[in-house]
Design a protein around this ligand. Structure first.
Ligand code: OGA
Ligand code: MN
Length: 222
């Protein structure tokens, strides 16, 4: 009888108290943060492999409650699959985002209640036109995150994330979707867009949410 060895893949991140201080400082000062090499290369590679997982059924991304995917196609060309943490890498990613959530709540009293995220695949030529992730008083998404899974992305590969200021006048950052890089920004404050990518582009987009329970609508308990 052959006993297949149990393979324990050890994933690491650099999310510790110092990292959380740096993230909180950048958010306080600018409203956004860009942090590199947040997860180890093995975690990045395994998260990238999630896109091939048989349970992951990608669908064309929509826009808000917009059901008309013909219109949605003119706005965004990514394909998405919600992340549920069934594999070790996905669970590690979600655990780490929970640590970030707790760390930010402790430092900035943001009252972040949960985190939702999806894998996003941009085929060659796909883009996401300028948009806001949330509008004041109309969403419980308060903090957006994007984590990139692309190895050796070059500037000539396109696909940058452009962040504009709140008044939508000034370009603040053109962010290359480099593997291991985490971008975090206040969802209501930054219009942003994804330029067409000349190479397949892989990322995990997510949102920290606040609890918006009312008498008629109860958010699920944590
Ligand atoms: C989004 C988004 C940015 C990126 O999914 O809402 O803006 O760089 N993504 O992938
Ligand atoms: Mn967005």
């Amino acid at each position: 009888m052959t006993i297949s060895p149990l393979v324990h893949q050890k994933f690491t991140s650099r999310v510790d108290e110092l990292f959380l201080d740096e993230l909180a400082d950048q958010l306080t000062e600018h409203g956004y943060a860009i942090l590199d090499d947040v997860f180890c290369p093995a975690a990045v590679a395994s998260l990238r492999a999630e896109f091939e997982h048989p349970d992951c059924r990608f669908k064309n991304a929509g826009i808000g409650r917009q059901e008309d995917f013909t219109i949605a196609r003119q706005v965004r060309g990514d394909r998405i699959c919600w992340l549920e943490g069934r594999t070790g890498a996905a669970a590690f990613f979600l655990d780490t985002m929970a640590s970030i959530r707790h760390g930010l709540n402790r430092r900035l009293f943001m009252g972040l209640f949960d985190y939702e995220s999806h894998l996003a695949y941009y085929p060659v030529g796909a883009f996401y036109k300028k948009h806001w992730d949330a509008f004041k008083g109309r969403s419980n998404r308060v903090l957006s995150t994007v984590f990139y899974l692309n190895q050796n992305w070059r500037e000539s590969d396109g696909g940058e994330l452009l962040l504009y200021d709140r008044a939508d006048k000034t370009l603040m950052e053109a962010i290359v979707p480099q593997g291991g890089r985490l971008v975090v920004f206040l969802s209501e404050d930054f219009p942003h867009e994804v330029l067409p990518a000349h190479r397949e582009r892989y990322s995990i987009a997510g949102w920290f949410r606040v609890n918006t329970s009312t008498a008629t609508h109860l958010d699920p308990p944590e």
